[in-house]
Ligand binder design. Sequence first.
Ligand code: ADP
Length: 619
Amino acid sequence: MTSRFLSRTSWFAIVGAVLLSGLILWETARYARSVALDEIRVRNAYTLDLVVENLRGELAKYSFQPRLLASSTILVDALRRHPAEPFVDRANSELERINEVTGALATYLMDKDGLTVAASNWSSDKPFVGRNFSFRPYFKEAMQGHLGRFSALGTTSGERGYYFAHPVRHEGKTIGAVVVKMAVARLETAWRASDDVVLVLDEEGIVFLSSMPEWRLNAVTPLTAAARKRLSETRRYNGEPHHQLSLSRAPDSDIIEIGETGLAGTSKATGKTRKYLAVSAPMNEAGWRVMILADASGVAYRVQIALLVVGFMLASAFLASLNIYQRRRRLNERLELQETAKAELEEKVKERTKDLSRAVARLRAEVSERQRAEEDLRRTQEELIQASKLSALGRLSAGLSHELNQPLTAIRNYAENARVFLSRQNTSTADANLGSIVEMGERMARIIRNLRTYARNEPVGSRPARLLQSIRDAIDLLQPELRNAGIEVDLEFTDEELMVVGGDVRLQQVFVNLISNAIDAMAESPRRQLRISVETHASEVTIAISDTGPGIKATDINRVFDPFFTTKEVGKGTGLGLSITYGIVNQFGGRIDATNNDEGGATFTVTLQRAQTRREAAE
Ligand code: ADP
């Protein structure tokens, strides 16, 4: 099962990291320890060389002396003549003198039985003279004809020394030996300053010289029975007891553990041990083994420091990885969140897009529906405008047929009269009549042209139109009615050039409608006056058409432009005239208003945009 907080891989990584850290620390300890030990080993080897060379030098200084002394006639004579006093005395003095010069502990002469015949210390309180040292190995070796060497404790003085013995010969026979006992204690004093422990062991493994005074004459290895026997026979250490030093050495290791005091079985033993790195070398010529023990307790400290440093680095690395891991985790979480949010958003966008495209499709359908409806309406309006014009034509035609008949009759009369005047050769009057005929014909042509224009189905759209021309054409069309009704037309406008945004025919239709209504309104009025005034502004033109009729009832004034609103009797009004007029003016971007005059009657005000040039009007 995976943890809630950490994945299985993370657990593996942690366990792996811990194991790896353990391994690294272990290796670090091993390496630091081996480096530290190697350093000590190098130093130890150097110290050992130094100590051995020093010992060799010191011993060499004394090793030649017995040999030199052996040839002294004084000593030979003393051996040959003792106990004759003069010879012995001379030998004593000679030995004393020489001993002072060499600085040896003692210099003495033994006969072939080992009895001391003469000695440098003959006058001291413990003289060697008269004592027998035949048990000492150096004497035996000298008697065998070669240099005897031995390290031991003096049996008389109790002082440690190194003995050199040389045979004294006379006539080819060994008659005795001369011995020099060298002082060794001073060698140790130089070693005390060193941190290292310096040991000089004899053949039996007993510490003969040591920088640690309490270790002296103790054994580093258990003494065998044979060794004990040899020690007592040679009285090497004067029968002093030899404690066993608690040195323990692991096999194949140069590390020695030594009890705190170094001495096992003594009251001082504490059981605590100290570690030393040991190096030793034999000094066969002296029968010694020299050993250097370097304190290795510093190694543990060095290892601890190394472990601390590496441990700190590992901990830092661990913390850094933890930090990186957590950051990555947080980043991943955030990315996941973002991914989900993105997916949700995309889903939403898709849905919205679908909704939107559905809405767009619906809107398109609605738009085209609407366009169709608008197109239908526009067409209907066009048809309506045209229809209303045609219905107006019906109304106009009555007056117009009279308007045409009258000049026709007049033309016939003028023509007949002209013929009469021509037969009478009165050409000038005939010409005047013909002129009148032409005038009448022109007037008829104008009326017919005007009527045809009005009936024309003008295409939708705005173009510049001459305002005054449109008003005049409308008045012309309605002229018979106006005259019949006895209406006085008052047109206070003369600017032939003023152009407005519109269309000639539709504008004419606007004015025809408005003037027709005015004619209808003034049917019962005692004063019948139609006033058309034009006001020009910077971009607009206002045309006011006022009548002297009864005006519009206050309740109706807002309804007059509604389609099918009429107050006229059945068959007379359709209620469409003003509604169509309103639509046309609107198409031209203009306005139309109805008001009642203060002095009575109604005023319809049409406001149109000015078109200064044809191009501007078209725009
Ligand atoms: P119709 O002329 O067929 O009635 P219109 O739309 O032209 O239809 O006119 C609607 C109504 O507006 C008229 O019936 C009338 O009541 C009123 N009206 C129109 N012009 C005038 C006017 N100059 N004076 C008074 N009333 C008017």
